[in-house]
Structures are given as C-alpha cells and as structure tokens.
Design a binder for this molecule. Structure first.
Ligand code: PMP
Length: 388
C-alpha cells in the first residue's frame, strides 16, 4: 500500500521546494557559504529579543486575541503612518503567523476549489504551492526580460484573466528577480483589477528593503479605501526574525472579524510573547533596518561587480529585496549548476527553476550577509564560471 495515495489529491500535489534539494545536498559541508535561503546571517537584535524574553519569563503564555494584541496593532498603525504617508488605524491590521500564513489567509478569503489566481513569474514558489494545496489553479504570467531588466506587461496579465480568475498576486520588490513595480505599473494593475472585479494580494514585504534611500512604490500610494486589496507582510526580513513566524495583513477595517475567524481556524493566534517582541521591532527598529539596507546595498554592488567582470553573466541590478537573479552564458540546467557550484565553489545558491520554468538558466544568490563572505563567495563563483 502507498500511504501517500490515501491523502487528498491536493495534498499529494503539494510541490517539494526546489531549493531544499540543493540545501539537503550541500548542508554541513565545511567552509560552504550558504546564499541559498532568503534570509540574512544576523540573529534577531537584542532590543527585540529582550522584550520577548521578558514577556515569556513574565508568564505571557496564554491564548490571546485572534487578530493580534491591541498594542501590536497600534504599533502597526504607527509604523504604517510613519512610512506610508497617511494615517492608519489599528483595525486595519491582523497579526499572522508570518508572511506565509498571511498569504494562506488571503487565498482562503478570496479563492477556492477550481478558481484561478494570477501571479507574475519567476516567483517565490510558496504562493503557487499554497494555491495548489487549496485546489486553486495558479496561473503564471511571465515577467518580460528586456535590456532594461524585468518588466510587467499588464496587457499580458489582462489576457490571462478568465471568468474563473479571483485574485492577482503581486510581489514587488520581487523575490527572486528584484523587479520593482513603478507607480504607473501599479496603477495599471489596479485599474485592471477594478475592471474585472478581482482581488489584489499585495506582497510588499520588501517595500522598505529598497535601495537608494526611499521605500518602493506601493499600492498604498494609489488605492482608494474601498479597493479590494489585501496586503500580506512579515517581520521576518526587515528585523532578522525569520524564525519567529510572525507577520501581518493590512485589510479594509470592515474585514477584521472574518479574518479573526480565519486566524482562529488556522493557528488560533500568534504567541503573546512573540507579539511583544514584534512591537519593539516596529517602534524601535528603523535604525537597524536602515543599517541592514546599507550593508545589503554594498554587498549587492560587490557581487554584481565580481560576476560582471567574468563577461559571462547577465543580470539586472536589483533595486530592492536582497537577491541577485543572474544567468550564466550557455547554462541550460540551473539545478545541475547549483549542485556543481556546491561541489566546485563551495557556495550554496538556489536554482532558478525553483521559481518556475521562467527561471531556467538562472541562479538566485541571497547577498544579505557579511561583506567579506559575500565577496569570497562571488570570487569562488566567478572562478567556477571562468573554468567552464
Ligand atoms: N513573500 C515573499 C516574497 C518572501 O520572499 C517570503 C519569504 N521568503 C515571504 C513572503 C514569507 O515570509 P515569512 O517568512 O514571514 O513566512
């Protein structure tokens, strides 16, 4: 008997991560520089952890509000008011178990069995995976790669809309490409969504992780209060909290109760002591974030300089997030290349195919790391490229 075949079909179809295969292959090798995962190298700073530690020691270990501690939702309103140029209220926010949980809730709220959702590809694989698990059909709309980098052809998006389409997932700045929508593109996507009465699931988790001193353009800049937009977000990246599993959604304030219900029937809320740490991240974390962005920008420039010097690499310098998505001349099998780079360069990269078919020929490198290590890794990869 194959016990897996006894599972619900959608659970059987849940795709295995294309990054894990390489991680499992290279894990634990002495001297390997791991640039495969989507996280930095620093642990959570003490100004956040100390607050959570104190709350845990102080007994904040009971069930709590489904949609988040009032203090955290107030801190989210302050944070958004500070960064997005208008005033926000606590009832626009729902605390979730990370960005991934926010995405699952957004999907549960907008699409179901047999429905379609659109997303731009190459893409971080989890939106597609979560859709498949829910019996929703995820439809990839490829970004175009021109001499000016990645662009979104909104007409191409529009021709992919069918009577079954319920939502469009837009991740900008993008993991893995770094594609960052300008205001005009966001406006065109919003107009499209309005015309077809679709939801937008806006994954702007890297909106502040943007180089050049400004945050990235956001749907927040152009939306009207009644627009059907669900923002998914996370503490993971800005404040080095990937393992905490805490994030949030920004919704129309009228959606608080239905989302509180969806939280109840999924993780029943985020641990209270974790939420205390999250308040500190929002209220006291701007300087930490600014320092992270500055370091990542320097790392980005080092990697791009070294890889471009090989003359055999094509890349777009990413304006945001912390990934370099690059192609190597003549490379036709990204997965094999990622294994070879582990073996011969002792560097861990993610194969482009982990982000969809459009990623074949590419590799993703996370440069959110100690500058010396990033430089060493880039040199080792360059040596491998030159020896091919
Ligand atoms: N969206 C994007 C684009 C991401 O890159 C990630 C994390 N890799 C997430 C959402 C989810 O973040 P979290 O760790 O909070 O689940």
């Amino acid at each position: 008997m194959n016990i897996i075949e006894k599972l619900r079909t959608e659970a059987q179809l849940a795709p295995e991560s294309g990054i894990s295969a390489v991680v499992n292959y290279g894990r634990g090798r002495p001297g390997l520089i791991p640039l495969w995962a989507g996280e930095g190298d620093l642990p959570t700073p003490a100004f956040i952890s100390d607050v959570a530690n104190r709350a845990l020691a102080g007994g904040e270990t009971f069930y709590t509000w489904q949609c988040g501690l009032p203090e955290l939702r107030e801190a989210l309103a302050r944070f958004h008011t500070r960064h997005f140029g208008r005033s926000f209220s606590p009832d626009e926010f729902i605390v979730t178990g990370g960005g991934m949980h926010a995405i699952s809730l957004a999907l549960q709220a907008t699409a179901g069995l047999g429905d379609e959702v659109l997303y731009l590809s190459p893409a971080w694989p989890n939106f597609r995976g979560a859709s498949i698990v829910a019996g929703i059909d995820p439809v990839a709309v490829p970004l175009s790669l021109t001499g000016n980098g990645w662009t979104c052809d909104v007409e191409r998006l529009e021709v992919s809309v069918t009577p079954k389409t319920r939502a469009i997932f837009i991740n900008s700045p993008s993991n893995p490409t770094g594609w960052t929508a300008d205001r005009e593109t966001l406006q065109a996507i919003l107009d499209l969504a309005r015309r077809h009465d679709l939801w937008i699931i806006a994954d702007e988790i890297y909106a502040l992780f943007h180089f050049g001193g400004t945050r990235a353009p956001s749907f927040m800049d152009i939306m009207e209060p009644e627009d059907k937009i669900l923002f998914v977000n996370t503490f993971s990246k800005n404040w080095a909290m990937t393992g905490w599993r805490v994030g949030w959604m920004r919704t129309h304030p009228g959606l608080q109760q239905p989302f509180a219900n969806l939280v109840e029937y999924s993780n029943s809320g985020v641990a209270q002591f974790i939420q205390r740490g999250a308040v500190a991240a929002l209220d006291e974390g701007d300087t930490f974030l600014a320092n992270q962005i500055e370091r990542a920008q320097r790392a980005r420039d080092i990697v791009c300089r070294i890889l471009l010097a090989t003359g055999k690499v094509r890349l777009t310098v990413p304006p945001g997030a912390f990934y370099l998505f690059f192609a190597i001349d003549g490379l036709t099998n990204s997965r094999q290349a990622a294994f070879d780079i582990v073996d011969h360069a002792n560097v861990g990269l993610a194969p482009g195919t982990a982000f969809g078919e459009a990623g074949e020929g590419f590799l993703r490198l996370c440069f959110h790391r100690d500058l010396d290590q990033v430089e060493e890794a880039a040199n080792r990869i360059a040596t491998w490229i030159n020896s091919r």
